[in-house]
Design a binder for this molecule. Structure first.
Ligand code: SAH
Length: 470
């Protein structure tokens, strides 16, 4: 018989700090760090460990001796089970404090950088209902909460439309009310789920690869335009038409109602045909008089209001006079490029996703901006001497890479060009710190400003202004 590993319980552990992935930390009596779920700094708890490693434990709180005064009551019924908003139990000012701290620590500890006086983190005015896009998954084997299991009642409804349980690819938590997207988001999702149950439209089973309803995307733009994209796995024309007709009639305010029939193994939509059922195939976002056309596959910052604040900071840092050639690296759908175009002589945007570049070009045309140019390509490969020769040597570079940060080739090329200013926007201050360290000999950090785009989560953006050393 296999011997069961002994799991340790530690008593009276004080939680001292937050940690990656929305966890918090305390210290065990043997000196190891313990990463703990669903506690906040200032709590004192008994911890049941469930994993032991060389330098740390992972565990969960099984008994509270003291609740921290940094706590607040989570507003959401799904808190603790849903992996979406792990910091709902932490007061918003504390969330901001810990986000700021993480950014500063990363810049100092990973980057070993000399920092200027740090501008306080910019929080959101709206700390709930701030997302313009949500993606839900359907499942025919709903995740049961501990409460339901303990109640020993017969489970009649096995269907779910909601979010993946963290680390479980086939388990979906049914969501009744999500506090991240404004109405009619919840109404639409619940109506679709209920109609499907009542009309025997099957829900997807990812293990057996069967069932009709697969995913649901809801976009509600800052000017109130609504896009719905329903993704089916198996198709049944009659049932599909019935569902889509129901949605169109019940929610006449929907501007764009589309669907996808995707019977491949994964549910990414980027290689799929999106079929229009009613309305138009796009919605609009608007920012400072600019319009951005968004289709089912377009990328757009998910917190529109705070994206505006982020872009204003980037524009202020860039401090353009109108004479500059600016490169906007990792331009996405070219929103930053267009946002700053009026203040620059010319902006060149580069991005690896071809569809994003088509959107960028179309939006620039719609906005009647003619001093921007966009190029498709992996920056690690296309950002060459030849590219710079053809497009001109930039005076200012704005860069906004994904979580991995910039490829070394990209950093080296920036150093070769040596623009007078660099604005580095990052959603991962650890990789940002790594990249900044590589530029440390040539550039001085003049400003660093963290921005919270995602209240209730541990995610944080950071904008750094670099100036060429004299
Ligand atoms: N600045 C944009 C988007 C930033 S997200 C905005 O504010 O909306 C980062 C972008 O980098 C994504 O659009 C992603 O497709 C792109 N990207 C990721 N890796 C890349 C690479 N190696 N080369 C070029 N673009 C890349």
């Amino acid at each position: 018989m296999a011997r069961k590993k002994k799991l340790l319980v530690f008593e009276n552990i004080e939680i001292t700090d937050t940690a990656a992935k929305g966890k918090a930390v305390g210290k065990s009596p043997d000196g190891r760090v313990i990463f703990i779920d669903n506690v906040v700094p200032g709590d004192i708890v008994d911890v049941q460990t469930y994993r032991k490693r060389k330098s740390y434990y992972e565990g969960r709180a099984i008994n509270f001796h003291q609740y921290s005064d940094k706590r607040t009551n989570p507003v959401c019924d799904h808190f603790g089970v849903c992996g979406g908003c792990k910091w709902q139990n932490l007061k918003y000012e504390e969330q901001l404090y810990y986000k700021q701290k993480e950014v500063t620590n990363n810049l100092i500890r990973i980057g070993h950088l000399d920092l200027p006086e740090i501008t306080p983190i910019l929080g959101c005015d709206e700390i709930y209902f701030y997302r313009n896009k949500m993606e839900f998954s359907f499942s025919d084997s709903r995740w049961l909460t501990p409460k339901e299991i303990e109640s020993h009642k017969e489970i009649s409804n096995k269907f779910a439309c909601g979010f993946h349980i963290p680390k479980m690819w086939d388990k979906i938590l049914d969501i009744e009310k999500c506090h991240l997207q404004e109405d009619p988001s919840n109404e639409i999702r619940n109506a679709i789920r209920n109609f499907a149950i009542e009309n025997h439209i099957s829900f997807y089973n990812p293990r057996n690869q069967e069932g009709m309803l697969r995913t649901l995307m809801i976009r509600i733009s800052s000017i109130g335009e609504i896009m719905i994209v329903i993704q089916f796995f198996a198709d049944d024309v009659e049932k599909r038409e019935a569902l889509l007709t129901f949605v169109a009639e019940k929610f006449p305010e929907i501007n764009s109602l589309q669907y996808i029939i995707n019977n491949k193994g994964n549910d990414t939509i980027y290689d799929q045909d999106v079929i229009l059922f009613k309305g138009v195939d796009h919605i609009f976002e608007s920012m400072e008089g600019l319009k951005f056309k968004i289709n089912a596959k377009s990328f757009y910052q998910t917190n529109s209001a705070q994206a505006y604040e982020l872009y204003k900071i980037a524009r202020n840092f860039a401090d353009l006079s109108g004479d500059e050639l600016v490169y906007d690296l990792y331009t996405g759908t070219g929103t930053i490029a267009q946002f700053i175009a009026k203040k620059a002589k010319k902006v060149v945007g580069v991005e690896s996703v071809p569809e994003a570049i088509s959107d960028a070009k179309e939006n620039a045309r719609l906005n009647k901006i003619d001093n921007v140019e966009f190029f498709v390509g992996d920056l690690a490969k296309v950002f060459t001497e030849d590219f710079i020769h053809k497009n001109g040597k930039p005076d200012v570079i704005i860069t906004d890479p994904p979580r991995d940060g910039m490829h070394k080739n990209v950093v080296n090329q920036i150093l070769n060009i040596s623009p007078k200013r660099i604005v580095y926007i990052s959603c991962n201050s650890a990789t940002q710190a790594r990249d900044l360290a590589l530029m440390d000999d040539k550039y001085e950090i003049l400003k660093t400003q963290a921005v919270d785009m995602f209240p209730q989560t541990h995610h944080v953006e950071n904008v750094v202004l670099l100036e060429l050393k004299k």
